[in-house]
Design a protein around this ligand. Structure first.
Ligand code: NDP
Ligand code: 8X3
Length: 261
């Protein structure tokens, strides 16, 4: 049964990876889309393709989730245009660098905290009130296994994902008594632009992350997001951990041809 047809799905970070795959699957099922990211050209291409392929309505907005003023202005624009998201996929996020805490880079820390934590809060704060007012809606937070277990040199990134997990729980508690659902999808290693971003364009280093095993694909996570959103109204999947079969925790990863942990 398709429960998303005709619904409005807002996806942050829809210009690549998991967000882009979510846009694809929801468009293929007849949802209307509102897509956010900083790279506008990419969003324009996504819009064109999805509208051609699936004949659905796609609105795109160049918004940096870290910029609170821009987020507030954008949300007022949405309201003026009568766009009321039924589903919010809080996906925009990144890792920046991989260093021991005592060797960490302040700018990397700010980027991660501003995006994964403050950006997440900025978007949630402007979108949730309408859902509460209407007593319906669904927020899907993209967490990580990094929010369940800290790994070496993962310090601040892991801390932001632990925070997302805490906020997923907090939203569920604060929305007690409403019909607004809140879910977290927490993936292990997914091959996207994530590692390219983490290692600042060092493609060789990024590719090494996915060597010797089959990582998750962005589509695997999008399938799970769709499943969670498509559940009946009385079902709320609060947390879903998804790992590649080769990976059993953040650093227990079986790589063929390599000495094992
Ligand atoms: P990608 O780098 O492929 O995608 C990240 C998306 O976030 C891009 O669309 C990017 O768009 C957007 N984004 C980043 N910063 C901002 C910002 N300030 N404002 C608006 N959009 C922003 O990585 P993934 O698809 O892998 O990452 C998506 C989410 O999944 C993240 O929250 C990540 O932490 C999480 N995750 C990823 C895992 C993995 O192994 N890949 C595993 C577990 C969780 P643009 O640059 O155009 O703004
Ligand atoms: C992204 C996956 O293992 O690099 O959240 O933290 S990991």
């Amino acid at each position: 049964m398709n429960r998303v047809k005709g619904k409005t799905v807002l996806i942050t970070g829809a210009s690549s990876g998991i967000g882009l795959s979510c846009a694809n699957i929801f468009a293929s099922q007849g949802a209307k889309l509102v897509l956010l990211a900083r790279r506008e050209k990419r969003l324009e291409k996504v819009k064109k393709k999805l509208e051609e392929d699936y004949k659905v309505e796609v609105r795109i907005f160049q918004v940096d989730v870290c910029n609170r003023e821009d987020v507030i202005n954008w949300s007022e624009k949405l309201e003026k245009e009568g766009i009321e998201p039924d589903v919010l996929i809080n996906n925009a996020g990144l890792a920046s660098g991989l260093s021991k805490l005592h060797e960490g880079d302040f700018a990397d820390w700010d980027r991660m905290i501003d995006t994964n934590l403050k950006g997440f809060l900025n978007i949630s704060r402007v979108i949730l009130p309408k859902m509460v007012e209407k007593n319906s809606g669904h927020v899907v937070n993209i967490g990580s296994i990094a929010g369940h277990m800290v790994y070496p040199a993962g310090n601040v990134y892991c801390a932001t994902k632990f925070a997302v997990r805490a906020l997923n729980e907090a939203m569920n508690i604060d929305l007690y008594g409403t019909n607004v659902k809140v879910s977290s999808i927490d993936p292990g290693a997914v091959e996207t632009e994530f590692s390219r971003v983490r290692f600042k364009g060092d493609l060789k280093r990024a590719e090494k992350v996915y060597e010797g095993f089959t990582p998750l694909k962005a589509e695997d996570i999008a399938d799970a997001v769709f499943y969670v959103v498509n559940t009946p109204e009385h079902v709320n999947i609060q947390d879903l951990v998804i790992m590649p079969t080769a990976q059993r925790n953040p650093y227990l990863l079986y790589r063929e041809g390599q000495e094992q942990n």
